[in-house]
Design a protein around this ligand. Sequence first.
Ligand code: CU
Length: 468
Amino acid sequence: MTSIKHYISIVLLLFLSTVSFAADKALPVILATLTSAPQVPSPITRDYPAKVVVRLETVELIGQLSDGVDYTFWTFGGTVPGSFIRVRSGDVVEFYLDNHPSSKMPHNIDLHAVTGPGGGATSSFTAPGHTSQFTFKALNPGLYVYHCATAPVGMHIANGMYGLILVEPEEGLPKVDKEFYVMQSEFYTKGAYGEEGLQSFDMAKALTEIPDYVVFNGSVGAMTGENAVVANVGETVRMFVGNGGPNLVSSFHIIGEIFDNVYVEGGDLINHNIQTTMVPAGGSTIVEFKVDVPGTFIIVDHSIFRAFNKGALGMLKVNGKPELDIYSGKQKDTVYLPEGGGIQSLSNTARAAPKAKTKEEQILFGKRVYEQNCQACHQANGQGIPNAFPQLAGSDYLLSNPKRSIGVILNGLSGKITVNGKDYDGVMPAVNLSDEKMANVLTYILNSWNNNGGKIDAIEVSEARSQH
Ligand SMILES: [Cu+2]
């Protein structure tokens, strides 16, 4: 009996080992779903490895680089950046590269996710109208750049041949509400930025590494306005960010957001609370953040001239109700007029006595002093409020003796007064102003609302002050 049991268990063992050996060959076959930016294929839900078939076509086509600016892009999948590929760590990827018959160039692919010579480049060199096929095992989870590596490599990349492949960890990535594909790159054109027409590649500019265009997702405006990516307040957002280069390192930043998590360089080291993260040429990063408040959040390469002058600008539009305890929006807009009124020079000469102001300057500065200190009571046009605040426009009290008003502002005013035949018996508090500001506000009042002009100088205020 025992020997039979023993025999059976040996057979069973042998059987099991054959099954597990065969399992690699008998993986379920899945055709990869590819997406173009900013779309990302859905997260992988399976908990077992598969043979994933990827078919990617290289095609050369004319597209828009900016308004009125065209460019002959060399693409993976007909778009720049190329199609997003999503597989799972441990998957066997059966890769087909189809080079469209209309192509003028041979192409190949170097996937940074591949462990093997050239990242697949040596096995995938493909003439126009041909297909190459090779297989690799996705050993390391991470977010990887792929690009064409056909000579001249720089030129193939500069013309748009790059994209991202995500190798998800076996356990998957944490669930988020929105995922986006964002890839930065540069274009070197014969014409300067914005010069219209079909632009060709400029090798000399590429060598000096001074691009005319730096863009997200292949063209100026690919992620702005109508093309902005969208999320709702309270949602979690993940961006798969790549940099195709060919030359520049990106300082990836979203204005008004802080990355809760950054998968540094697309690997599994997670950094927290990051404002700007570097994405090297031929590298990637994954950023995650929760959108807490509504608004338009500008995505930039914080090497900021690239953003505002070369196109490296995208938008994330967040819809929803304001969260005023997190961000109030503008609460006040009041006039700020520093002591002395004007712009101060930092040089030593600034310590010299300020230059006397012309009447026009006094009126200009005085208007701001008025808006800040007087308007609430005496109203915008000096018309006052009947029975409460006397008018300053056409006030006989004021105009018959303008210098008396210095005292009114300095000390306040109470008790019965008569202005243009009407009695007032209110209280005006003293307003604490510098000599300069007081002179300016009174000069402004004297020259506004059909009042009959005049000028009060700071020195007069100073004298009046010493008398009181
Ligand atoms: Cu190529």
